[in-house]
Design a protein around this ligand. Sequence first.
Ligand code: SF4
Length: 176
Amino acid sequence: MSSTTNSQVTLSELEKKALKLIIEAGEEGLLQQDLWKMLGIDSRDGSRIALRLAKKRLIYRELVNIRGRKTYRLTALVDKLPEEEKEEEEKKTEEEKEVKYVRKAPRPIRLDVKVSMKLVSTIPCTTCPHLDKCAEGQFYDPTKCMKLTQWLHKMAIKLQQKRLAKRELQAASSVA
Ligand code: SF4
């Protein structure tokens, strides 16, 4: 099996095909179980490829539950294959090369929050007696506040549950 190398990563032909499919799937990503079917390989090889791409920080693997079965949703962290990136880099002028390539940040949770007064009223700061003295670097510091951290954690879990339920509903309706 041939492979492609650039200064950052080496990809096999199969890894390249997989990464291309994941990039093409866009922000919604691709389920790992769909990827290995599209590549015509078995689940074990599919899982290995996804893991290797994730280790190379080219994709993000998010554990999801689809109709009671655990699988991974694979989302690209790059816009193009490393070899395409390399070709573009070689075509660039010296001036253009100074603009650094920025890798996309992982998006484990897409925040889609409609702000309601009910939600705002649950923020611990709204009833905190230390609000007027609270600031970064001070004794009362929002970056170290346990109350605020616990509240944010609770909100993140709720959002993720909501998102998973929505996806499961979409998956169930696409099967029906
Ligand atoms: S971050 Fe913590 S200490 Fe600061 S106002 Fe909010 S609840 Fe109070």
